[in-house]
Design a protein around this ligand. Structure first.
Ligand code: F6R
Length: 611
């Protein structure tokens, strides 16, 4: 949800900011803009992607050592040049970029209009900027103080970066609810919504917290709270290299990330799972093991694909640990006065660690005394920091907007956790525990084997790319995978798709079945296999087209389905980590065949930092 970049130091700011914006484009791509300080303030902005801004600025004076840049995911006001950030203040001296939503902007705008202010955009950002400038003038105070006063009066979420013509070399930044990382270089500083814009320049970063203000100059970084008290910046070492955020010879990040899964799942298991020794080492779980063992209930909160991982976990945790699990959409949980008892454990699942709804959901549960356990991919992110304990998925930066490798990482972490808790709690036999450890250990190799047959999925994608709708069905552990397959197809190919429990199909969706409707069955070998075979027959009896993801050795479904794709045999608990791979590939290849920009599908953004 909007990417923010800033630079101040001896380098030319423009190339640093533009390169950073390209890396953050996954966060939004409705418009792009930069503001540079060089003998006055220069602002260039354009509807569309970073490449369009680059064309627009050809021949313009871009010389500057201090700059800020923004790539937008529109909230207030349609994507156009006018609404693009940076916005400038009435005096023309201040420029600001913003990620988030100012909820009380209508009232603030009314007050400013009454004072004679005119607005050139429809954004809440321009309102906040002029509100700040108005305070600065009326209170006769400095910009820093004006920002502090303004931020105490606004509601909503923000990460803002401001530059001031009268103070070249200084960027003032503040955050609440939207991420901000500051890279510390030698005589220079970098700012970003994540660390990717600064990777080649520094490995030392400061993650700014909510309600903190940063005054950033080339050789000085001052952090303060909104009460004007200084805070010592906590410098962390980045554990990420440039290769992780480059395409590495693939056509798209999504494809790269799908193909990375054997190694990302391996990385997730490495150092934790030792099948031969029969151990799982997860300090986050160990530190909270009594709470897990005695938990009356686990509530999982998440959104989108991460919510689907939560649904798989519900099956796995209830089966292995015998703890009741509820899986909640974070956006619903946070607003419906949920009952959270002492002793409940909240597991928050999030790739970005910044999803606004998930963040607020856990804040609320924390206030009610729940233990918060975060399963997060982005190291140092807000959800990771807000949790009492947690486990990283270690999938590396996920840049394609559609989540792929983070999802299998989440499944791997959740499965390990369930196994560990079950073992400690005594709800699993030694024999089964040991068998499942070896099964989990073998997953990366099995994913590798599936990827070797990617061309078979490509052929299926070619055959069905013209479909207007699609149905995805699965049972048990594969039901959430049907939901995930439908979500992937929708977002990457714009084909309308629905995911359903296979048996539930008879209660409505079956009315959709015609000769042209592709129905994707996720039907690997499990305890429901015979049941799902019956469901396939029900679709075939109505002449639907059946594509089935099945286990090697299945000799029943190939005789029924129009197209089949085989995945290696695995215990049903592990099957989702395998059956989802062909569905990721299917959506990718259909999207490509339809000419969709799969890494940046329309209207979406990677990190949903607004509610
Ligand atoms: C779908 C997708 C989204 C995210 C959702 C939650 O491919 O990526 O549905 O899963 O926005 O994001 P995180 O996991 O960052 O909280």
């Amino acid at each position: 949800m909007c990417g923010i970049v800033g630079y101040t130091g001896p380098r030319e700011a423009y190339p640093v900011v533009i390169k950073g914006l390209k890396r953050l484009e996954y966060r939004g791509y409705d418009s792009t803009g930069i503001a540079l300080l060089n003998d006055g303030l220069k602002v260039y902005k354009k509807k569309g992607r970073v490449a369009e801004l680059e064309e627009f600025v050809v021949g313009k004076n871009l010389h500057s050592h201090t700059g800020i840049g923004h790539t937008r995911w529109a909230t207030h006001g349609e994507p156009n040049d006018r609404n693009a950030h940076p916005h400038t203040s009435k005096s023309g001296k201040l420029a600001m970029i913003h990620n988030g939503i100012i909820e009380n902007y209508v009232q603030l705008k009314k007050d400013l209009v009454n004072k004679g202010y005119h607005f050139t955009s429809d954004t809440d950002t321009e309102v906040l900027l002029n509100f700040i400038e108005d305070i600065k003038e009326n209170n006769n105070c400095g910009l820093e103080e004006a920002i502090r006063i303004a931020l105490k009066r606004v509601t909503g979420a923000y990460c803002i970066l401001l530059i001031n013509e009268d103070d070249p070399g200084t960027i003032i930044a503040a955050r609440k609810g939207s991420p901000l990382v500051i890279g510390v270089g030698k005589g220079e500083h970098f700012l970003g919504s994540d660390a990717s814009p600064m990777l080649e320049y520094t490995k030392e970063v400061v993650y700014v917290n909510d309600y903190e203000l940063a005054i950033v100059k080339p050789d000085e970084l001052i952090l303060k709270n909104l009460g004007n008290e200084k805070i010592t910046p906590f410098v962390t070492k980045l554990d990420m290299d440039l290769a992780a955020i480059e395409m590495g010879g693939y056509d798209h990040f999504m494809l790269k990330e799908i193909f990375e899964q054997p190694s990302t799942i391996h990385d997730c298991l490495r150092g934790r799972l030792d099948a031969s020794a029969g151990t799982i080492t997860m300090s986050g779980v160990e530190n909270n093991i009594e709470a897990f063992k005695t938990a009356q209930r686990i509530i999982i909160v998440a959104c989108g694909t991460s919510w689907h991982a939560g649904l798989v976990a519900e099956y796995v945790i209830e089966e292995l640990c015998r703890i009741p699990v509820e899986v909640e959409y974070a956006s619903e949980f946070r607003y419906r006065n949920p009952i959270v008892n002492k002793g409940d454990i909240i597991i928050a699942i999030s790739q970005s660690g910044e999803t606004a709804d998930t963040l607020v959901a856990i804040e609320k549960a924390k206030e009610q005394g729940a233990i918060i356990f975060g399963i997060v991919n982005a190291v140092g992110s807000s959800i990771a920091r807000l949790s009492h304990g947690g486990a990283y998925t270690h999938a590396g930066p996920e840049i394609g907007v559609a989540s792929t490798k983070a999802f299998t990482g989440q499944l791997a972490v959740l499965t390990m956790m369930a196994l560990k808790i079950a073992k400690e709690k005594g709800t699993i036999s030694n024999e089964r525990y040991s068998k499942l450890l070896f099964e989990l250990d073998a997953i990366p190799e099995k994913v590798e084997a599936i990827l070797k047959s990617a061309d078979a999925i490509k052929a299926i994608a070619e055959k069905y790319k013209g479909a207007a709708d699609a149905l995805f069905l699965g049972r048990g552990y594969n039901f959430p995978i049907a939901l995930e397959g439908a979500l992937k197809l929708k977002e990457i190919s714009y084909i309308h798709a629905e995911g359903y429990p296979a048996a539930e199909m008879k209660h409505g969706p079956i009315a959709l079945v015609t000769e042209t409707l592709p129905v994707v069955f996720v039907a690997t070998k499990d305890s429901y296999h015979e049941k799902i075979v019956s469901n396939i027959q029900e679709i075939k009896a109505r002449r639907g087209k059946v594509i089935a993801i099945i286990s090697e050795g299945d000799d029943v479904i190939p005789g029924l389905a129009d197209d089949v794709f085989f995945v290696p045999l695995a215990d049903e608990i592990m099957a989702p980590m395998l059956s989802v791979i062909p569905l990721q590939l299917l959506s990718y290849y259909v999207g490509i065949a339809k000419g969709v920009d799969v890494d940046k599908p329309r209207n979406l953004a990677k990190s949903v930092t607004v509610e």
